[in-house]
Design a protein around this ligand. Structure first.
Ligand code: ATP
Length: 331
């Protein structure tokens, strides 16, 4: 396994703000890697350090084994797709895509050949003569992608690449990006604050908070075995249960997470845990219930069915004890 990008104790300060606090991270060649976190957590700064638009205050960055902190962006084997796409409005699509080849003095017919091939990769053959203003949001996104791919980078950096698209198009582009990445075998590193997007596309995810990486793992690891309260809270809509409550359930106090889909709610009392339904939302295939158990709220997501308890109803709450996942006591 070759390491594509390696960060060692990378720190970036802006005045008093510690945007990146001693980040250690290795990204493997061919990975689809997501940097996930709330606004201001440092993920964009981390991406910009890899791209070369930002210098680390300290620490080491290597790209394919070569130290890169002082290498200018255009000499790194990486390309960035920006959130606003940064297309030239006065150039048509093919010239937008061929632009960087022109700067590199690639001969005219060759650069159009390569630009056509890049447009074909993103399923935009035949759109070369249009201006960006004559395209839909999703098509503009693909032009931006083609413009980066035409340079055949070994690493593609994507900053909230689907942020400007509506939900349906975003879901479609998630699938397309993933299959394109698998086909080309290029390392993709993308920034998002949308956990669903990170889960559906990435091979591995780094969860950022306050300039630090809280956990790195596959979507399953992050979802099923969050390392901390922050990760459990941020990724998915888990129940994060406080020590006292967990103590009454198990005899052993401590923070724990419990996935809503592991919880079963049935009408009537009887089980050891009983409570009252305080809200019920029908989501189609599933129904989400919130139950109040002596002041502690528990969310459950169950397959929708005819006998769903109503709001205000007394219910029994149960789950397999193995579904209770212990969390570190630190946030
Ligand atoms: P978002 O999802 O909102 O883009 P982010 O996780 O990408 O957030 P960053 O943009 O990396 O976060 O910002 C991390 C922190 O660094 C924030 O507190 C931000 O205000 C600060 N910061 C980023 N760039 C600069 C800058 N050029 N000057 C001063 N502070 C900055």
């Amino acid at each position: 396994m070759t390491t594509a990008v390696s960060l060692k104790a990378i720190t970036r300060r802006f005045g008093d703000v510690l945007a990146l606090d001693a980040i250690d991270l290795d990204i493997v060649e061919g990975e689809f890697f997501a940097m996930l976190g709330p606004s201001g957590s440092g993920k964009t700064t981390c991406l910009r350090v890899i791209a070369g638009f930002e210098q680390p205050s300290s620490g080491e960055l290597a790209i394919f084994g070569e130290r890169a902190e002082t290498v200018p962006p255009y000499k790194r084997n990486v390309n960035t797709v920006f959130q606003d796409y940064a297309l030239f409005p006065h150039l048509n699509v093919i010239d937008n895509v061929a632009y960087s080849l022109m700067l590199r003095k690639v001969e005219r017919s060759e650069r159009y050949r390569q630009a056509e091939a890049a447009l074909e990769m993103v399923k935009l053959s035949g759109y070369g003569a249009r201006r960006p203003g004559q395209l839909s949001g999703g098509q503009r996104q693909r032009v931006a992608l083609a413009r980066a791919l035409v340079n055949r980078p070994k690493v593609l950096l994507l900053d909230e690449p689907l942020g400007a698209l509506d939900l349906k198009l975003r879901e479609q582009m998630q699938e397309e990006l993933k299959s394109l990445q698998k086909r080309l075998g290029i390392t993709f590193i993308f920034v998002t604050h949308d956990q669903g997007e990170a889960m559906s596309m990435a091979d591995r995810i780094a969860v950022f908070n306050l300039g630090r990486i809280m956990q790195v793992g596959t979507p399953e690891e992050i979802y099923l075995t969050p390392a901390s309260r922050f990760v459990a809270d941020f990724v998915g809509s888990s129940n994060v249960l406080p020590p006292d409550f967990v103590g009454t359930l198990t005899g052993k106090p401590g923070w724990a997470s419990l996935r809503p889909e592991a919880v079963t709610v049935t009408a009537g009392a009887g089980a050891s845990l009983t409570g009252m339904v305080v809200s019920r939302s029908y989501l189609g295939a599933t129904t989400r219930l919130t139950v109040d158990i002596a002041g502690q709220r528990i969310h459950a997501v169950m397959p929708s069915g005819p006998a769903m308890p109503e709001e205000g109803e007394q219910v029994a709450v149960s789950f397999d004890p193995s579904a209770l996942h212990r969390l570190a006591d630190a946030p």
